[in-house]
Design a protein around this ligand. Structure first.
Ligand code: MN
Length: 720
């Protein structure tokens, strides 16, 4: 069994046109596609591929692949023409005359991509990436054609010598498949991976294929039975749906085996995908399935609430299905499925037939998704060694990222091991450069704290603060390192000059003097003499690096209107929770107590700690009773919009694991869960749930909603 598609040597233009007609009905566009086919056929006449077929079979297959991701007519036309400029007797002018600028540009882009020269393996990788990025930034359709081109070449890889096979396969696996992944084009990605594995590790590939084959009958039957059961269940609950059994790719199985799992342990071998119409139905279906089939703990993932960066959305769960088999189940809407299969290319499918609008949309979406590649390429230019580059691509692009939140709930993707500094720089370089502190999940953490999935990170900045050289050792992302480095490698003199000029400008403005009126030739000379420098630039420098103060410089000329001496800079602890107003006092450190976790809306009271500012407790917190004389009145700031960590205990009345069910109810209220602790007693389970709520109102809703479950005995807020 080889689960990849074959090259189609029997393909006809009529078949391709028919497929296009399924989603493009503009006759003019269809005739351009046909014309491109005829043009390519004529130009490739007499040429043959290594497989022995007439050459035109290749561009036809490429066009066919493009129809499966609903490419627009220009892309399909360029798919037909993609090898014409390079391999045939055809000039740019001729093609432009026949097909216009847009299609020709696409073909040119693909042609450029295929001309690669390389010396070492690393340089080659870099070069390749750069070319791809350049192509992408011009028009992402170039890359989509390139991916389809390579996919067909991989399908016919048997025709070239074994050593070339391995080179091409590695290239497909290491470069093109990840790019397809980032663009979310799952179809092309997984087929490229499977085909690559087949040539890179044929023994492994065929071994897995054979094992799959051996167990196929049994699995098919089990999957079918489970499918029926689930389908009946959903029908009973009036949820319209469609269920597909789905084949895991050989490569994904190989990946798991490679991580040390046994073939028999790979649960995802049995897999179902459920398609429903609305997001709400996804969660409903999940609940219904969990009510009948016991879920495997820790395997639930909610990519609907938290989509992957390539836009993938779905619910994932693993349950004990019929006959004790484990089933990996994906639940998603039809729209989500479209995006999961075609990624970036799904933007075509939603728009009318390939107008310029959808192309622009496709392009801008891609640009957002590929910011990361771009920044690496920019930085790699001269500051990064080849090895660093390849490592950073491998580390940061290909796997292993964590997802954390801004206080507003935006998701930020960072490499595993990233610190608050990485986070700050990722938000904006300026934020990174002025970072003075970080708060993770409401606690102050050191800047080299290792962030974890789902952390809520807030960065404190101070406009006049600058990076420290130590930071390079405190960050994980190569991007961040480069940004920090570039801050320091920027000519320091320039930085000082700029700063000096800035400060002088500010002080002059304060004294109501115009900059140009002040620095006349005569005045500059006076100042130079006074502070022993040569020219205006050196005056700025002196003001910037502290050799002379701004006032002493200006006073050389403008003694009369001297402004009061600058106040000494006093370090005031930052008010980290501006959401609390302390009556009569500002600039005092305020924190929310960890014993009773007050949330917005709670009756609260402030307690003056020894040396640690004011700690805010709930009015009924038992830790406060004996400390009355050190309390003071505090109120919530109504203008602040954030989420508060709170902790509740859910007492159940039996020992069944309800974790997923609880998680689901919580997420339906749009509440972020920080963690769930399970405490088992002999006859029941108590769940301690840490979550972030917008305030008392939401918290009460949550408690009410959880209490409604028949298995819940009581729900209470914790107080330590
Ligand atoms: Mn080609």
């Amino acid at each position: 069994m080889v689960p990849t598609s074959k090259s189609r040597e029997d393909i006809t233009i009529d078949e391709i046109l028919e497929r296009v007609r399924a989603y493009i009905n503009d006759e003019d566009q269809l005739s351009v596609i046909e014309k491109a086919y005829l043009f390519a056929k004529e130009k490739h006449e007499g040429q043959f591929r290594k497989t022995g077929e007439p050459y035109i079979i290749h561009p036809m297959n490429v066009a066919l692949i493009l129809t499966t991701i609903y490419a627009d007519y220009e892309t399909i036309s360029a798919g037909f023409l993609h090898d014409v400029l390079e391999d045939c007797d055809c000039t740019l002018e001729e093609m432009e005359e026949q097909f216009g600028k847009d299609i020709t540009k696409l073909v040119q882009g693909v042609t450029k991509l295929s001309k690669i020269h390389f010396s070492t393996e690393n340089d080659y990788l870099i070069d390749y990436y750069k070319k791809i990025i350049v192509g992408m930034s011009e028009d992402v359709r170039v890359i989509i054609i390139k991916l389809s081109d390579r996919l067909h070449n991989m399908r016919t890889l048997w025709a070239i010598p074994p050593d070339r096979q391995k080179v091409k396969a590695r290239e497909a696996l290491e470069i093109l498949a990840p790019i397809a992944h980032h663009l979310g084009i799952h179809k092309i990605k997984s087929e490229l991976e499977d085909l690559s594995l087949r040539y890179l590790k044929p023994d492994v590939f065929y071994d897995i294929a054979e094992k799959l084959n051996k167990t196929k009958l049994e699995r098919d039957k089990t999957v079918y039975d489970m499918q029926q059961e689930v389908s009946n269940l959903l029908t009973e609950h009036h949820i319209p749906h469609e269920i597909k059994g789905r084949a895991k790719s050989i490569y994904s199985i190989y990946n798991k085996l490679d991580k040390g799992k046994k073939f028999s342990d790979i649960y995802d071998l049995l897999a179902l995908r459920i398609l429903v119409h609305t997001e709400q139905e996804c969660y409903l279906a999940l609940g219904i399935i969990h009510s009948k089939f016991r879920p495997l703990p820790k395997r639930f993932k909610d990519y609907i609430a938290m989509p992957k960066p390539n836009m993938y959305q779905s619910l994932h769960t693993t349950v004990f299905g019929i006959d004790g088999y484990l089933f990996e189940i994906q639940i998603r809407t039809y729209d989500m499925d479209e995006v999961a299969e075609n990624g970036i290319a799904s933007h075509w499918a939603y728009k009318e037939n390939g107008g310029s609008k959808s192309t622009a949309n496709l392009q801008s979406t891609t640009e957002q998704k590929l910011q990361f590649f771009k920044s690496i390429i920019d930085l790699s230019h001269d500051k990064m060694s080849s090895e660093d580059f390849v490592n950073s691509v491998k580390d940061e692009v290909l796997n292993n990222n964590i997802y954390v939140f801004t206080p507003k709930g935006d998701v930020i993707e960072l490499p595993r091991g990233a610190t608050p500094l990485d986070f700050a720089y990722k938000i904006h370089t300026k934020v990174g450069e002025t970072t003075v502190g970080a708060i993770v999940n409401n606690s102050i953490v050191p800047l080299d704290y290792e962030l974890k999935d789902n952390d809520i990170v807030k960065i404190n900045t101070n406009k006049s603060s600058t990076p420290s050289k130590e930071w390079i050792h405190m960050v994980k992302a190569t991007q961040t390192k480069n940004k920090i480095r570039s801050f320091f490698t920027k000519n320091e003199r320039e930085v000082y000059i700029e700063r000096g000029k800035d400060n002088l400008e500010k002080e002059l403005r304060k004294r109501k003097l115009a900059f140009s009126d002040f620095f006349t030739e005569e005045n500059v000379k006076k100042i130079c003499d006074a502070i022993h420098v040569e020219n205006l630039e050196e005056i700025y420098l002196a003001a910037g690096n502290g050799k002379a103060t701004v006032n002493s410089i200006i006073n050389v000329v403008d003694k009369i209107k001297e402004s009061p001496a600058p106040k000494a800079v006093k370090v005031v602890p930052k008010n980290i929770d501006a959401d609390i107003i302390v009556s009569g006092i500002d600039k005092v450190k305020v924190s929310l107590a960890h014993c009773c976790h007050p949330v917005y809306g709670d009756a609260i009271v402030g307690y003056i700690t020894k040396g640690n500012g004011i700690s805010v407790h709930r009015l009924n917190c038992h830790n406060l009773s004996m400390l009355e004389e050190r309390t003071l009145e505090v109120t919530w700031n109504q203008n602040v919009n954030k989420r508060y960590l709170t902790c509740i205990l859910v007492h159940t009345n039996n020992i069944e694991n309800r974790m997923l069910d609880l998680m689901q109810s919580i997420s339906m209220l749009n509440i972020n869960v920080d963690g769930i602790q399970v405490m088992s007693k002999t006859d029941k389970i108590i769940y301690e749930i840490n979550c972030y709520v917008t305030g008392l109102e939401q918290l009460e809703k949550l408690i009410l909603s959880l209490s409604k479950n028949s298995y819940v005995e009581k729900v209470e807020r914790t107080m330590r």
